[in-house]
Design a protein around this ligand. Structure first.
Ligand code: GLU
Ligand code: ZN
Length: 498
């Protein structure tokens, strides 16, 4: 049997983490089994549809690198893959169910349905849903009223007794009492548009979907779908409802916990590889062999299988995601990282308000990646760490320069000593630079840290900064000396005042 899985989102909102998890697991499942991954757009709800969301769907999957074998934009044997382009198909299937006696026409007006609801509420009745008023009508009578031009919906006959059984790969056998299923859900609306249930089942069947992996919130719909398959005389697919995703507080993941839309993560400077890696672990345990938990998409596809899914809810730990992002930032070479971070830097005005980087600034920015790579978790943090390289930092107060237990006069001497080293340091790699400074400090009988502190403040404007030697190399001897001299002048005048 060919393995065919699908992601079938409704474009009624921005793509969020839950959707991405469903898409990714279906993708990995198909890949792991040499099958096909299908994208299908379930846009039957025309009132909530917005083309913005459809574009967001395509953008998100492209950004993450999740590609589909069949679906919109790429086509396939079951095209079209957008439900609003398939409405004729669902009408035919609704008619087929009418002919088979598995569905019936309902002529109840919305007013009548509202009245029932209101009456039940007034009577504090436990009954909900449709009262099956039209189920007793003979098919001939129904057909006659249709011909007379009366509006109607098509409803599925849920068996009045017994139970519906299905097997879920994760949750096991599920038995659902038919009396607990919503009485006779609408399949086709009076405007001829299908509802989710009909379109979803017809398409899964027509598209040869072998496995349905979807969020657990869809479990209550599954008995309806199974009854639909039985009514058509079709074989249902295998079901696997994925574990819930929760925040650290054990509540369903929502905006209260933090970003949930992929756009938001993207804006914050998350890398797609990090997000994918993290999401792949939401409810699935791969081999323990790899403690780091770092996997490429290909590696995940090799390892994924339904047996590795966990029943327990998955916890969305933002800190963990942040950690992954830092790891993936560290894995990038300077050029790649610079290219990714540049838009954030330009947006933050690192090269001047509203300015784009020129060729020299771009080269400096690229070299500077080595200074920050180990220190950030987000692309967005990079510009603020490097601002001192692209504009002289605001002058630091004299006390900033002074190492612990020393005074201003000693500090000036130390900075002069440091100044003499700058031309060499600007040329040397870290190790050689370190050796040189050590030697000088020893020869002069001062502490290494005391020698470096005033120099660091002069160059970076702060006591805690990205690596000093790397900064000196990027600024060059000339630029560095200018900063040191400015600082020396300020310190000297502070000394005269005091
Ligand atoms: N269109 C449904 C959704 O928005 C699909 C659910 C399913 O996978 O059956 O998630
Ligand atoms: Zn009715």
């Amino acid at each position: 049997m060919e393995i065919r899985s699908r992601y079938a989102p409704s474009p009624t909102g921005l793509q969020h983490i839950g959707g991405v998890r469903t898409a990714l697991f279906n993708y990995l499942f198909a890949r792991s089994r040499g099958g096909k991954f299908i994208l299908r757009v379930e846009d039957t709800d025309r009132t909530r549809f917005d083309p913005v969301y459809l574009r967001n769907l395509y953008d998100t999957l492209a950004w993450l690198g999740i590609s589909w074998d069949e679906g919109p934009l790429v086509g396939g044997a079951s095209a079209p893959y957008i439900q609003s382009e398939r409405f004729g198909i669902y009408k035919d299937y609704a008619r087929e169910l009418l002919e088979r006696g598995k569905a019936y026409r309902c002529f109840c007006s919305p007013e009548r349905l509202n009245t029932i609801r209101a009456e039940r509420e007034a009577a504090h009745s436990a009954e909900t849903g449709y009262d099956r008023h039209c189920r007793a009508m003979s098919p001939d009578e129904g057909a006659r009223r249709e011909r007379a031009g009366e509006a109607y919906t098509v409803r599925l006959k849920i068996p009045l007794e017994g139970a519906t059984l299905f097997h879920d790969r994760l949750l096991g056998d599920i038995e659902w009492k038919n009396s607990d299923i919503s009485p006779d859900p609408v399949l086709l609306k009076s405007d001829g548009f299908p509802t989710y249930h009909l379109a979803n089942v017809a398409d899964d069947h027509l598209m040869g979907i072998s496995h349905v992996l979807r969020a657990q919130e869809w479990v209550p719909s599954t008995p309806i779908h199974v009854i639909l398959y039985q009514s058509f005389g079709w074989e249902p697919p295998e079901y696997c409802h994925l574990p819930l995703v929760m925040g650290l507080d054990g509540k369903k993941l929502s905006k209260r916990h933090g970003a949930t839309s992929v756009d938001e993560f993207r804006r914050q400077g998350y890398l797609p590889e990090a997000l994918l890696n993290f999401v792949a672990l939401l409810g699935c345990s791969y081999d323990e062999e790899r403690k780091s938990g770092i996997y490429t998409l290909e590696e995940l596809a090799e390892r994924f299988c339904l047996e590795k899914l966990n029943k327990a809810p998955a916890i969305f730990d933002y800190k963990k995601l942040e950690w992954y992002n830092g790891q993936y930032i560290r894995m990038k070479d300077n050029e790649t990282l610079a290219a990714l971070a540049l838009p954030y830097a330009e947006e933050a005005g690192l090269f001047g308000p509203g300015r784009k980087a020129g060729p020299e600034e771009r080269a400096a920015f690229t070299a500077a990646m080595a200074l920050v790579k180990e220190r950030v978790s987000f692309l967005r943090e990079i510009p603020e760490k490097l601002d001192y390289l692209f504009a002289e930092p605001p002058p630091a107060g004299a006390e900033e320069f002074i190492p612990k237990k020393l005074d201003l006069a000693q500090t000036i001497l130390l900075l002069r000593m440091g100044r003499a080293l700058v031309p060499s340091l600007a040329e040397l790699e870290d190790e050689a630079a370190e050796a040189l400074v050590k030697k000088e400090a020893e020869a002069a009988g001062v502490k290494l840290g005391d020698l470096l502190m005033p120099l660091r403040v002069a160059i970076t404007g702060r006591r805690v900064s990205p690596p000093l030697f790397g900064s000196l190399r990027i600024l060059g001897a000339e630029g560095s000396l200018r900063r040191v001299d400015r600082s020396l002048a300020a310190l000297n005048s502070a000394q005269t005042v005091s």
